[in-house]
Ligand binder design. Structure first.
Ligand SMILES: Cc1cc2nc3c(=O)[nH]c(=O)nc-3n(C[C@H](O)[C@H](O)[C@H](O)COP(=O)(O)O)c2cc1C
Length: 176
């Protein structure tokens, strides 16, 4: 399978490296898009150490394919956003395309999976609940966040599930 791994600005962004590695170990081809906020948590270089090309970070980059947001959907079978912030979920639910990840999503006509990861109060916020429900109703697959201790010194639901769980979920979806 060829997939796009979209990484957004969650404290759990570093776990996306494990997600990348597990897909690669199983011989899937992964390219990576990072939002600006994601790059505050982990450097593109970390992903670039493991992928043949560069991480995609910008819509307007004259040195690269100007139609990246249109061509990436053609070249890939699955878009996985992990971790998915409340912000990207809101943008996806409302058709906003103001960066390379949200715009690629708008042009993506194949399977999409999101793994929401955030503080449990954020996850319970009615806007977030409604946005996730809206995405589900449109056929977007949502990986249930895990329960446990969160980075913000609270216990609750909102953790990005382990890489194996994310991998198994995507594989079942792709084969099912
Ligand atoms: C230390 C820190 C941790 C954060 N962790 C999360 C998180 O786990 N989930 C989330 O939805 N937002 C989190 N945020 C907020 C997002 O980074 C912020 O909403 C950002 O605009 C998201 O942008 P993006 O969706 O384009 O990546 C965090 C912010 C900070 C400063």
């Amino acid at each position: 399978m060829k997939l796009i791994l979209g990484v957004t600005g969650s404290i759990s962004a570093y776990k996306a490296v494990e997600i990348l590695r597990i897909f690669q170990k199983n011989e899937h081809r992964v390219c990576v898009i990072m939002t600006e906020a994601a790059q505050k948590f982990i450097a593109p270089l970390t992903f670039e150490t493991f992928i043949p090309g560069r991480v995609y970070t910008h819509m307007f980059d004259s040195h690269r394919d100007p139609l990246l947001h249109i061509n990436l959907p053609k070249e890939n079978d699955l878009l996985l956003v992990a971790p998915a912030t409340a912000n990207i979920i809101a943008k996806m639910a409302n058709g906003i395309g103001d960066d390379i990840l949200s715009t690629t999503f708008l042009a993506f006509y194949k399977k999409v999976v999101i793994a929401p990861a955030m503080n449990s109060y954020m996850l319970e916020n009615k806007a977030v609940v409604e946005n996730i429900a809206r995405l589900k109703s449109r056929g977007i697959a949502v990986i249930e966040p895990g329960k446990g201790s969160l980075a913000c010194s609270t216990e609750g639901k909102g953790r990005l599930p382990e890489a194996e769980k994310v991998y198994d979920f995507c594989l079942k979806l792709e084969n099912g």
